[in-house]
Design a protein around this ligand. Structure first.
Ligand SMILES: Cc1cc2nc3c(=O)[nH]c(=O)nc-3n(C[C@H](O)[C@H](O)[C@H](O)COP(=O)(O)O)c2cc1C
Length: 219
């Protein structure tokens, strides 16, 4: 029992959003395990509204990369114009580095990496299911953890699916019927670089005892 717990938490701790990939392929065996773990996820009323499209063709991947780049560029340009980005980077003193970061973000290049992964999973869900976003998120997290357990890497992206114009383009290109919503895309491949863990808010600030504000953990 102890061993299972240790292995599981190691996988949870090791998971990262991977944005750099080698050219290595994901085996069919691994892909099936990844998809199977999505299928096993819980869903409201066991509705299982998720469907997965496996995109391996260069043309399809490049199309999704283009949409992802444009979507990120649009979003970060909005952040820049509304001064949110300057606020986010206010502790960075080096003006040159700051400018380079603004340029990279507003160009959308930060999302171009999806085209370099071996495959992309498009996660779509039936629109008439009440708990659709929650259900699909549960399936996606299962997928991310399974990917990590297989020493592969993945990144969950919502940016390319938020704007209705992007969603319509994706639906048209991949023949997705009207009754489905494009929830997310997930790039999957062999990691070329595993980033450091991003900071997490400590439990002391996250958990309350009986009423909000009363810390459950004090140290
Ligand atoms: C709902 C959701 C949407 C996300 N959308 C994007 C995205 O559009 N592009 C991207 O590069 N990363 C995206 N991410 C990844 C997050 O940036 C990442 O999980 C977060 O910074 C923490 O880093 P970690 O996953 O390496 O722990 C998303 C993650 C979640 C859970």
């Amino acid at each position: 029992m102890g061993e299972k717990k240790d292995i599981f938490f190691q996988v949870v701790a090791d998971r990262r959003s991977i944005r750099n990939y080698t050219k290595d392929k994901v085996s069919e065996e691994d892909l099936q395990l990844i998809l199977e773990s999505g299928r096993q996820a819980p869903s409201g009323e066991n509705a299982q509204p998720w469907r997965f499209i496996v995109v391996k063709d260069e043309e399809g991947k490049n199309y999704l990369a283009k949409i992802s780049k444009n979507a990120s560029g649009r979003r970060f340009t909005g952040e820049f114009l509304s001064k949110q980005m300057q606020e986010r980077f206010k502790t960075l003193q080096d003006e040159e580095k700051k400018l380079a970061a603004f340029k990279k973000l507003t160009s959308g290049d930060v999302s171009g990496f999806v085209g370099e992964s071996d495959l992309i999973l498009i996660v779509i869900g039936k629109k008439d299911v009440w708990d659709l976003p929650f259900d699909c998120s549960a399936a996606i997290e299962n997928i991310l953890l399974t990917v990590t357990s297989l020493d592969l890497g993945a990144c969950w992206l919502v940016a390319p699916c938020i704007d209705i114009r992007d969603e319509l383009k994706i639906k048209s290109y991949f023949d997705i019927p009207e009754e489905y919503k494009v929830v997310s895309i997930i790039s999957v491949g062999q990691p070329a670089r595993i980033p450091n863990a991003r900071p997490r808010i400590p439990l002391q600030e996250l958990v309350f005892k009986e009423k909000f504000g009363n810390r459950y953990y004090t140290e």
